[in-house]
Design a protein around this ligand. Structure first.
Ligand SMILES: [Zn+2]
Length: 306
């Protein structure tokens, strides 16, 4: 088991804590970058920027998310920044690139990341935290029950944005009503989970709505929070077992669905890292570490030493 990152130590800008984070996450972040940026030097620069951004932003870390979600959120933004800079410096027709091939276009349709939602700090925050907890609990429970088809249907609707009609055909169900029934029961179960925690009207409204939302464009959407919190991403050890072929049929079908149908960018990056296909060279991790340490040492002590 990898140790759980200690957010307090990271926020205190502790050298060892950051070194551990670099060792733990550099490979998968590099794999994500390497899928989208061909140039070796640019990949390295972006990886350094990710960790520097992580250090700079850690004081505002939102504990509703995991550290991996935080890092992947920064990773996506730095990758987009790089691709934009490269595009802007290219003297070619704006229509020269085929959208299908343009990584920037593909990133635009990727699920939003914590960074974009963290900005909306307001009365919603508490409701949002609860909703994310409910989604996680529902996924855990459904997984534990071995209800993988149910999990796939709900993931397809909330994460994939599939319509009921597409979902029943692609999942081999009896019809649209079967999909609607699965969704109805899932939302009811989520309301029950939420009810055990706290009476929260807005949360229950979102979970009662057919579309899983409340309050219009600025409101709470189950699908947004599902994507931002990566509610249904299998833990890394499941991906490792998927690679070595030791998963039972149920979890295997779900993991395959998540990778091939949802094309989850984080899990694909984790998979690359586990397969060591695009792994960050050791020398690169050392350079990233050096630049992070440089930054940490250039800072005044975070706490008054008196
Ligand atoms: Zn995933």
């Amino acid at each position: 088991m990898t140790p759980t990152p200690d957010i307090d130590r990271l926020q205190a800008l502790d050298d060892d804590a950051w070194a551990q984070i670099e060792r733990q996450f550099a490979g998968r972040l590099y794999a994500y970058v390497a899928r989208r940026i061909a140039d070796q030097q640019a990949r390295e620069d972006v990886l350094q920027e990710i960790f520097l951004g992580a250090v700079r932003g850690i004081s505002g870390f939102d504990r509703v998310y995991t550290l991996e979600q935080y890092l992947f959120g920064i990773c996506r933004n730095r990758t987009i920044d790089h691709l934009r800079r490269r595009r802007d410096s290219t003297v070619s027709s704006p229509l020269a690139q085929d959208d299908e091939e343009d990584p920037l276009q593909q990133l635009a349709v990727e699920p939003s990341n914590p960074g974009s939602i963290v900005g909306r700090r307001d009365l919603q925050t508490r409701t949002r935290i609860l909703l994310v907890q409910v989604l996680h609990e529902w996924v855990q429970e459904t997984w534990a029950l071995g209800e993988f088809q149910r999990l796939m249907v709900i993931e397809a609707l909330f994460l994939g944005g599939w319509r009921n009609r597409d979902t029943w055909e692609r999942m081999g169900l009896s019809g649209e009503r079967a999909v609607a029934g699965i969704k109805f029961r899932a939302l009811a179960r989520m309301r029950a989970i939420a009810g055990q925690e706290v009476e929260n009207r807005r949360l229950l409204e979102a979970l009662s709505d057919e579309e899983g939302s409340v309050g219009g464009a600025e409101g709470l959407h189950v699908s947004d929070e599902w994507a931002a919190s990566h509610a249904s991403c299998p833990a890394r050890h499941w991906l490792a077992r998927h690679l070595n072929g030791s998963l039972d049929a149920g979890p295997r079908s779900f993991v395959e669905f998540h990778l091939s149908q949802m094309e989850c960018p984080w899990c694909l990056a984790n998979l690359d890292d586990l397969q060591q296909e695009r792994i960050a060279p050791q020398a690169l991790i050392e350079r990233v570490h050096a630049s992070t340490m440089n930054y940490l040492r250039s800072r005044p002590l975070p706490r008054d030493s008196s």
